[in-house]
Design a protein around this ligand. Structure first.
Ligand code: ATP
Ligand code: MG
Ligand code: MG
Ligand code: MG
Length: 434
C-alpha cells in the first residue's frame, strides 16, 4: 500500500496520495466521480474514461462503497466539485474491499434505527453528524478538565471494583472477586471524600459508574460517565459555584471550538451558551411552583420526591438551568449534611436542566458520630463501611461536592433524544455487546 501523504483537505497544486473510504461513485457516462472520505472530509476523484488507462477506470468505478482505497495524483481546482478541488488519479489501489451488502448506509440517505446503528458503530460513526457528537464529547471533556484545573483541583482515579456500594440497594451489580462477593461501584462518592480529607483537598474524577437501573429509560445507562468534584473547606454554595463554572465552560467550549460539528448536527443557528446565573430555588419554592403550574394530577406535599412529570413541569416554568436546594433530609443520602439549625432540611442540591436532573451534590456530614447515626437511619450497617468512617476520626474537614452525569451533560447540550446517542457502546438492559 502506498503511504498517505495528504488528507482529503489537500490544496490545489499538491501531488498527493490520499487514503480513505469510498463514499459514493457517480457515473455520468464519459466522466465519472469517486468521492473519497476521511476524517477531515471528502475529496472528488475524477475519471475521464476515454483519456485514462482502462484498468484504472475499471478498478476505480467497480469498487464497492465503503471500501478503503488509496489514490495518487495531482490536486486541481474545480469549482463544480463539492469541495472546490478534485484529483485526477494516476493510480488507485483497493486496500480493503467492503461487502456490498452494508448493514447500514453511512451516507445517511437511508435512516437506520438506533439499535442497528449501535450494533454497527464503526459504520455509524462514518456519518458526519454521528462523528460530530463524539468530537463534541471529546471537546466537552477537555473543557471540563481545564475548568477543574482553574478551580485548583487534582484529577484522581478511584476503584471501580468495591466491597460495598455507596448507598447499597438494588442498583448494585454484584461480581465475584476471588471467591468473595464484590460490586461494580455506583459512584466514587466515598473515595473522593476520603481524598478531600487529605492534604489534597480539592479533587475531581471523570470515570465510569455502574448502576443496575430498574428500567430502560432515555436518560439512564447501566454504565455511565460521572464527573465528580469534592472540595475540603467548601459548603454547598461553593460546590454549586463549581457546578455552574464547569457546565458553562462545557457550553462555551462547544460554542467556540465546534462550529463545524454544530453545523453537521444542524445546530449552528440555535446554539448558545447560557450566560445568566443559574437560579437557586429551595425545594419548598420548587414544589410551590410545580403545584402552581397545575400540570400534575395530584398536588405535591412537602417530603415528596420530584417525579419525572414534576421535573418537566418545573423545567418548562423556569425555562433554563436551575438549582433545587435545601431538600428534605429524609430523601437525601446519609452522607449529606443537614442544616445545623433545622435537621429536617439538608444541604443537598440538584442542578436541573429543563429536561432532566444533571447533578446531585451537597455539603457532607464530616462529624463521625453524626455520620454513624446517618448510616443507621438509612438501614446500612456502619461496620461494613469502617474503611470509610474511621477516617472521620482523624481530622475530617468540612467538605462538599457533587456528581454530574457526563452523558446527560452532552445529551442536554446537543438536544439528543436518547442518552445512548452520547455513548459509543452503551450498556442497557438489552445491550451487553458490542
Ligand atoms: P436519577 O434521579 O435521574 O435516577 P440519581 O439521583 O439517581 O439520578 P445521582 O446518584 O444523584 O443520580 O448521580 C449524580 C448524577 O449522575 C445524576 O444527576 C445524573 O446526571 C447522573 N446519573 C445517575 N444515574 C445515571 C444513569 N443510570 N445513567 C446516566 N447518568 C446517571
Ligand atoms: Mg437514579
Ligand atoms: Mg435523582
Ligand atoms: Mg440525584
Amino acid at each position: 500500500m502506498q503511504d498517505r501523504t495528504h488528507t482529503a483537505d489537500a490544496e490545489p497544486g499538491d501531488e498527493v496520495t490520499v487514503a480513505g473510504w469510498v463514499h459514493e461513485i457517480r457515473d455520468l457516462g464519459g466522466i465519472a466521480f469517486l468521492i473519497l472520505r476521511d476524517s477531515t472530509g471528502k475529496i472528488q476523484i475524477k475519471f475521464e474514461k476515454d483519456e485514462m488507462d482502462d484498468d484504472l477506470v475499471e478498478t476505480g468505478l467497480d469498487v464497492s462503497r465503503e471500501s478503503v482505497v488509496t489514490v495518487s495524483g495531482a490536486v486541481e481546482a474545480e469549482p463544480r466539485a463539492p469541495t472546490g478541488v478534485e484529483i485526477t488519479p494516476e493510480s488507485l489501489e483497493v486496500v480493503a474491499p467492503a461487502d456490498p451488502e452494508l448493514p447500514l448506509d453511512p451516507s445517511g440517505k437511508v435512516d437506520a434505527d438506533l439499535s442497528t446503528r449501535l450494533d454497527n458503530r464503526t459504520l455509524d460513526l462514518r456519518k458526519e453528524d454521528v462523528q460530530a457528537i463524539f468530537e463534541i464529547r471529546s471537546e466537552i471533556l477537555r473543557a471540563v478538565r481545564d475548568q477543574f484545573r482553574e478551580f485548583d483541583c487534582t484529577e484522581i482515579t478511584t476503584p471501580k471494583i468495591v466491597a460495598t456500594g455507596t448507598e447499597g440497594g438494588t442498583e448494585l451489580f454484584p461480581i465475584t472477586y476471588f471467591g468473595e462477593e464484590a460490586f461494580m461501584n455506583q459512584s466514587p462518592q466515598l473515595f473522593k471524600q476520603l481524598i478531600a480529607g487529605s492534604n489534597v483537598e480539592r479533587v475531581f474524577e471523570i470515570g465510569p459508574i455502574f448502576r443496575a437501573e430498574e428500567h430502560n429509560t432515555p436518560r439512564h445507562l447501566n454504565e455511565a460517565t460521572s464527573i465528580d468534584f469534592e472540595g475540603a473547606f467548601c459548603d454547598q454554595n461553593d460546590a454549586m459555584d463549581v457546578v455552574e463554572g464547569v457546565v458553562k465552560a462545557a457550553y462555551e467550549a462547544v460554542d467556540e471550538h465546534c462550529g463545524d460539528e454544530l453545523e453537521a448536527l444542524d445546530l449552528e443557528d440555535e446554539f448558545g451558551a447560557p450566560d445568566e446565573e443559574f437560579p437557586r430555588l429551595s425545594y419548598e419554592e420548587a414544589i410551590e411552583r410545580i403545584n402552581a403550574t397545575d400540570e400534575l394530577d395530584e398536588q405535591l406535599v412537602w417530603g415528596d420526591d420530584l417525579s419525572t412529570e414534576a421535573e418537566k413541569a418545573l423545567g418548562q416554568d423556569v425555562g433554563g438551568h436551575y438549582f433545587i436546594t435545601d431538600w428534605p433530609s429524609e430523601i437525601k443520602p446519609f452522607y449529606i449534611k443537614d442544616h445545623d439549625d433545622d435537621p429536617d432540611l439538608s444541604t443537598g442540591f440538584d442542578l436541573m436542566h429543563p429536561r432532566m436532573e444533571l447533578v446531585s451534590g451537597g455539603q457532607r456530614e464530616h462529624r463521625h458520630e453524626n455520620l454513624i447515626e446517618g448510616f443507621e437511619q438509612q438501614g446500612l450497617d456502619p461496620d461494613q463501611f469502617e474503611y470509610y468512617t474511621k477516617m472521620f476520626k482523624y481530622g475530617m474537614p468540612p467538605h462538599a461536592g457533587f456528581g454530574l452525569g457526563g452523558e446527560r451533560l452532552i445529551m442536554t447540550i446537543l438536544g439528543l433524544e436518547n442518552i445512548r446517542e452520547a455513548v459509543l457502546f452503551p450498556r442497557d438492559r438489552q445491550r451487553l455487546s458490542p
